[in-house]
Design a protein around this ligand. Structure first.
Ligand SMILES: O=C(O)COP(=O)(O)O
Ligand SMILES: [Mg+2]
Length: 227
């Protein structure tokens, strides 16, 4: 059974724990306005989330202006975005249904929990704390915490080293192909969630070990596995 012997679980953040696109969209729209560029919609922003905030802004500026920004332009745009996102961070975002309950249950069952996100670390911790779940995680890794982010396996292999757990004792839960690719590259099992953001694609196409339509289903999947 793929999920037996799991001791540690790494959760993705955006699109997995928190529906954060409403605030990412507001911050993107305010940034474009300040740069004098045409606006974009929340639906567009949803399809650009997954590879960190710099990629999000690159995609937004590209769609808005019709051309890829130069590195210098993007470097100037990023502090503007960071300022706007910091100001709204959890204003319109919401924890997905069942998240707090399931995380508490998993902790009570003895699983070690981590967040492995591509979101910058400085936003990840306050966002998790704003929803009262930050304390449930032993380790939080942002997209800028290490030299490489998902889909690179580095954050997951680092987690295994920190916790002294083997790949077969770890599980990655996420909404995006970046999560599933990172898990496969690290040799660990993965669960793909259907309700998040995955560039508008079916997460099943990335072939995670299981697909869940709700966060609650994770509990049942783990309970059905031998410990
Ligand atoms: O910030 C992003 O682009 C994605 O963040 P995630 O890895 O938590 O989904
Ligand atoms: Mg995600």
């Amino acid at each position: 059974m793929k999920f037996s012997g799991i001791k540690g679980i790494a959760f993705d953040l955006d699109g997995t724990l928190v529906d954060s696109v409403p605030d990412l969209a507001v911050a993107t729209q305010r940034t474009l306005a300040e740069l004098g560029l045409a606006s974009v919609t929340e639906d567009q922003v949803r399809n650009w989330v997954g590879n960190g905030t710099t990629k999000l802004m690159e995609r937004a500026i590209n769609a808005s202006s019709g051309e890829l920004p130069s590195l210098a332009y993007l470097n100037d745009a990023m502090p503007v975005f960071m300022r706007h996102y910091e100001a709204c961070l959890e204003q319109y975002s919401e924890l997905y249904e069942g998240v707090a309950y399931v995380l508490q249950q998993l902790r009570a069952q003895g699983y070690r929990l981590a967040v492995v996100t591509n979101k910058p670390y400085k936003f990840s911790v306050p966002l998790l704390n704003a929803f009262g779940i930050g304390e449930l995680f032993e380790l939080i890794l942002g997209g800028d915490s290490l030299a490489k982010m998902k889909p690179d396996p580095l954050p997951l292999t680092y987690l295994g080293e920190q916790w002294q757990l083997l790949p077969q004792q770890l599980l990655m839960v996420g909404d995006s192909k970046n999560d599933i690719r990172a898990a496969k590259a690290a040799g660990i099992a993965s669960i793909g969630l259907t309700y998040g953001y995955n560039y508008g694609e079916d997460i099943g196409l990335s072939e995670p070990d299981a697909v869940c339509e709700s966060f609650e289903q994770i509990l049942a999947l783990l309970e059905s596995a031998d410990k």
